[in-house]
Design a protein around this ligand. Structure first.
Ligand code: NA7
Length: 550
């Protein structure tokens, strides 16, 4: 790498899990590196999403780094699904344990990034208009970090408090005895509602589309703690009877199972089709998965994601559960989705449906009674005015591209990323986009990212990027750019694999449908994590085939 003390080797944008691991790798490689983070501390999405009930829907023994066996060994998760505060504590622990903080500029936002072709560096500008030069840039900016704040008429006139689940305040929000309205019924609302109902006087849930959710069956993790460890079992993941020590004893084989899977998670696998078993057997398998809890429900049979008839058997099972759990049949009907299960991300909850049996909750169906406007006192729908003390927007994110577009990124020949991607994000392997040399995205569009266990995907991307930088150093290269052909082929492949997949069967943030005017393309790579990794490895083995190196 050409040394010029005014030019960083690498600038990493973001100090969430992708940014932290990138920084760790950069320091290991002795690069002159700085990380820039708009928040006042590390954690990324877990720094911002502090709403009541926020927790990960991937089990904590899997949603954790594996690059350091010491870290893996010493960290003790307390619950099967970690809460947001515990995950944030973990991110802070990682930052301290690996001495990462001194290379992070907090409270700093990058506003623009311009590639200076003749000098072969990126010129970044922060919110204070300071300039930063760097050879390489890693966008560790997260997939769900730009809020979707729908433009409700007169929202600014509301005199009560308004919060968004995705940027919840750091102080405790007092909802005791308040009349609260929550807009949205995605994963965030599904986690939040059963928590806040305990405090509020009355909760109005404004629902546009019902969401499928399965019970988490969260529980404290079990520790043997000093007892004699003999006959350690082989862990498969989501097994409620396992002791943490058993997982740790076999951690590498547990992690390998995740590596070889579709979603980068060790899941109990069933290779049967839902259609080749008897009705009794099918119900038994669904019931068993429902009782054990979590996302393995959608892997109950191997064809739920591809065969609509098979998918319908699972959807019907959940619809029947809603009917049996929600006492008021009209409410149950409104909570029942009519599209394939697993299209929108399957939510994982604790007593979501049961919460609708409480006396202080009302469900408003925005399909038949849409929001007309806000007033100083609350929300008016076409049929009624709701006086509210607090409004919670659980309306999600401008996912995957929103945060990249918030930075004015300009590549070679004055191409802006926003213009290049105006018909949807196009890049090679989700790692780099033609026209934007020496700039990598971690778990961006075009990679499995949000369809997988994110920490595993992040580590794979970051490892690939640093292997690539090392290869460039060893081969005297200072310029890498995805070729147009390679990215066209990858984009085509991406769209092809998504056509028959259940994820394409409804409107969701995966295709940008939640944001007005956003191009509608399937953004994450749905072809499966292990296949994707194989492709990445093949590319690097073949001297970065599909990239132009100079
Ligand atoms: P989601 O899953 O995008 O959910 C947002 C919810 O907000 C969803 O129910 C939307 O209804 C609703 N929404 C969005 N805009 C509006 C307007 N204008 N009016 C009424 N309702 C609206 O976001 P989450 O934060 O819950 O979860 C995001 C991810 O975080 C999740 O997938 C996990 O990966 C973790 P819609 O379904 O669009 O009709």
């Amino acid at each position: 790498m050409i040394k010029d003390k005014n030019i960083y080797d690498l600038v990493i944008i973001g100090a969430g899990f992708a940014g932290l691991y990138s920084l760790y790798k950069a320091k290991l490689a002795n690069l002159n590196v700085i990380t820039i983070e708009r928040a006042s501390n590390v954690g990324g999405t877990w720094y911002w999403n502090r709403y009541p009930g926020a927790r990960c829907d991937v089990e904590s023994m899997q949603y954790s780094y594996q690059f350091s066996s010491e870290l893996q060994e010493e960290w003790e998760w307390t619950e099967k699904y970690a809460t947001q505060p515990e995950i944030l504590k973990y991110a802070n622990h990682v930052a301290d344990r690996f001495n990462l903080r001194k290379n992070i500029n907090f409270n700093t936002e990058i506003k623009s990034a311009k590639f200076i072709t003749d000098k072969n560096y990126w010129l970044l500008t922060n919110h204070k208009k300071e300039l930063i030069k760097t050879r390489f840039c890693i966008m560790a900016t997260g997939c769900l970090s730009t809020l979707n704040k729908p433009n409700f008429k007169n929202i600014e006139s509301f005199k009560g408090e308004i919060y968004h689940t995705g940027s919840w305040p750091h102080h405790k929000v007092n909802l005791k005895n308040k009349i609260v309205g929550i807009i949205g019924t995605g994963s965030s609302a599904i986690q939040c509602i059963p928590e806040i109902i305990k405090d509020v006087k009355q909760l109005y849930v404004f629902q546009r589309t019902p969401h499928y959710t399965v019970p988490a069956r969260n529980a404290p993790l079990k520790y043997l703690k000093g007892k004699n460890i003999s006959n350690m079992r082989e862990p498969i993941g989501y097994d409620n009877d396992l002791f943490v020590e058993e997982v740790k004893y076999n951690y590498s084989s547990f992690r390998l199972k995740a590596q070889n899977s579709v979603a980068a998670m060790a899941l109990p696998i069933n290779n049967q089709s839902a259609l080749e078993v008897s009705e009794d057997r099918r119900q038994h398998v669904f019931e068993d998965r429902w009782n054990k809890g979590g996302v393995p429900f959608i892997a109950a049979f191997e064809d739920l994601n591809f065969n609509r008839e098979a998918n319908e058997t699972a959807a019907k099972f959940v619809r029947n559960k809603i009917k049996s759990l929600v006492k008021d049949s009209n409410v149950a009907k409104l909570l029942t989705p009519n599209y394939p299960i697993g299209c929108k991300r399957l939510a994982v909850d604790s007593n979501y449906y049961e919460t609708y049996n409480r006396s202080n909750i009302s469900l408003i169906d925005l399909k038949t009674d849409p929001i007309k406007e806000f007033s100083k006192d609350g929300i008016s729908t076409s049929k009624k005015c709701f006086e509210l003390d607090v409004v919670i927007l659980a309306t999600g994110f401008d996912a995957m591209t929103g945060t990249l577009f918030n930075i004015d990124i300009e590549g070679k020949d004055n191409i802006k990323l926003k213009d290049k991607w105006s018909n949807g994000p196009k890049n090679y392997l989700g790692l780099a986009s033609s026209g934007f040399p020496n700039l990598f995205t971690v778990s961006g569009p075009g990679s499995p990212s949000v369809l997988t266990n994110m920490i595993v995907s992040i580590e794979q991307h970051v490892n690939w990027i640093f292997d690539c930088i090392k290869y460039m150093q060893n081969n005297d290269k200072s310029f890498i750019e995805a070729s147009l052909n390679a990215e066209d082929d990858w984009f085509k492949h991406n769209q092809e694999v998504s056509i028959d997949h259940v994820r394409s069967s409804c409107s969701s943030w995966y295709i940008g449908a939640n944001i007005k005017g956003k191009a509608k393309n399937f953004m994450p790579y749905v072809g499966g994590y292990s296949k994707y990794v194989e492709k990445c490895n093949e590319v690097s083995k073949n001297d970065y085939e599909g990239f132009i190196l100079k």
